[in-house]
Write a protein that binds this ligand. Structure first.
Ligand code: ATP
Ligand code: MN
Length: 295
C-alpha cells in the first residue's frame, strides 16, 4: 500500500505499510493499530502527558523481533517533544501517538513520575504477577485484599489489567508528596502484610522458584528508573489486548464467576467501555492523597 500523508492538528506525517498484519492470529493490521490510537487519544493522552516513554516496537508484528526504545527514535519529526534523563519521547499530542503507531510502537510504557518532577512519583504502583498455575483470578483476590487494606487507610486505589497476565493496582498520590523510595517501601509493606497472612498464595520475593502457584506482589516497579505499561496501551500479545482500567466490582465479579475472560479486553471492547464508563483511571491524573507511614 502506498504511503499515506496525514494532517493532524497542524502536524504533517506520513503513514506507511498500513495493510501490514501486526497480529497474525487475528489479522489486526497497522491501520487498525493507528485507528485504535486515534480513537483512544483523548483518553490515553492525559495519562501519557509529560512522562518519558519507553517504546516497545514490533516492526514485523507481535511474532517478529521486537526492541525496547528509551531514547528518541532517530526518525522523529522535529515537533516531537523530548524529555527525561535519556531524551525520551514525550507523547503530548495525538500526532505523536499516530507517529508512534506508524513506527509499530505497539506498547507505550511510562515512569511513575513526570519530567517536571522526576523525583516525585504520582502513584504507588503494585504489579501483581501470577506465577503459574496461578492466574489473573488469583491476582484479583490479592488486589481485592490490597484494596481493603488501602480502604482502611482511607486511600483510593484504582486497578487495571496489564493486558498480559496480571493486574496493576495504582494508588494515586499528590504531586511532590513522596519519592520513589517511599512508594517502593509502602508497596513492599503492604505486600509483606499479605504474604505473612497468606504465604501459600502471596510472595514478595522475586526469585522464580518462590513464585510457583503464587501471586508475586512486585513492589520494585516503583523504582524511578522502571516503567510500567500505560493505561490504554496495546500489548504485543497474540491478540490485540489492551491494559484496561476496570471497576472494583468487575474484579469481584470475575473472581466470583471464576471467569478470567472477564478481565481480558481487546481494542473494540475498550473503546466501547470508554463510551459508557468514561475513564476509570481518571483518579490517577490528579490526587490530593498522601501516604501514611506504616509501622
Ligand atoms: P504481566 O501481567 O504479564 O506481568 P506486565 O506488563 O506487568 O505484564 P511484567 O513482566 O510484570 O509485565 O513487567 C512490569 C513492567 O516492567 C512492564 O510493563 C514493563 O514496563 C517493564 N519491563 C518488563 N520487562 C522489561 C524489559 N526487558 N525492559 C524494560 N522494561 C521492562
Ligand atoms: Mn506484571
Amino acid at each position: 500500500m502506498a504511503d499515506v500523508p496525514v494532517h493532524l492538528e497542524g502536524r504533517t506525517l506520513t503513514l506507511s505499510n498500513l495493510d501490514k498484519v501486526l497480529y497474525p492470529e487475528t489479522g489486526f493490521t497497522k491501520a487498525q493499530v493507528v485507528d485504535y490510537y486515534v480513537r483512544i487519544a483523548p483518553t490515553i493522552l492525559p495519562h501519557l502527558r509529560g512522562r518519558p516513554l519507553t517504546l516497545v516496537r514490533h516492526p514485523d508484528g507481535v511474532d517478529g523481533t521486537s526492541f525496547f526504545e528509551k531514547r528518541r527514535p532517530p526518525s522523529a519529526p522535529d515537533w516531537v517533544e523530548i524529555g527525561g534523563e535519556l531524551g525520551s519521547v514525550l507523547c503530548d499530542e495525538a500526532a505523536t501517538l499516530v507517529w508512534l503507531a506508524n513506527l509499530a510502537a505497539l506498547e507505550l510504557h511510562t515512569h511513575q513520575a513526570r519530567v517536571s518532577s522526576p523525583d516525585a512519583p504520582t502513584a504507588v504502583l503494585i504489579d501483581l504477577d501470577p506465577g503459574p498455575p496461578a492466574t489473573v483470578l488469583d491476582c484479583a483476590r490479592v488486589a481485592l485484599d490490597l484494596r481493603q487494606m488501602l480502604d482502611r487507610l482511607d486511600l483510593v486505589a484504582t486497578v487495571k489489567t496489564s493486558g498480559s497476565k496480571g493486574l496493576h493496582l495504582s494508588v494515586p498520590i499528590a504531586s511532590e508528596s513522596a519519592e520513589d523510595e517511599t512508594t517502593k517501601s509502602f508497596a513492599l509493606s503492604l505486600g509483606r502484610l499479605l504474604a505473612d497472612a497468606a504465604p501459600d498464595r502471596v510472595t514478595v520475593t522475586m526469585a522464580k522458584e518462590q513464585r510457583h502457584g503464587k501471586v508475586f506482589v512486585d513492589w520494585s516497579q516503583n523504582d524511578r528508573h522502571k516503567t510500567t505499561v500505560a493505561a490504554y496501551s496495546l500489548r504485543a500479545r497474540p491478540r490485540p489486548t489492551v491494559s484496561t482500567p476496570v471497576a472494583w466490582d468487575e474484579v469481584e465479579d470475575a473472581m466470583d464467576a471464576a471467569d478470567p475472560t472477564r478481565l481480558q479486553f481487546e481494542t473494540d471492547a475498550v473503546l466501547e467501555r470508554i463510551a459508557t464508563l468514561g475513564d476509570l483511571f481518571a483518579a490517577n491524573l490528579e490526587s490530593e492523597q498522601t501516604l501514611p507511614t506504616l509501622a
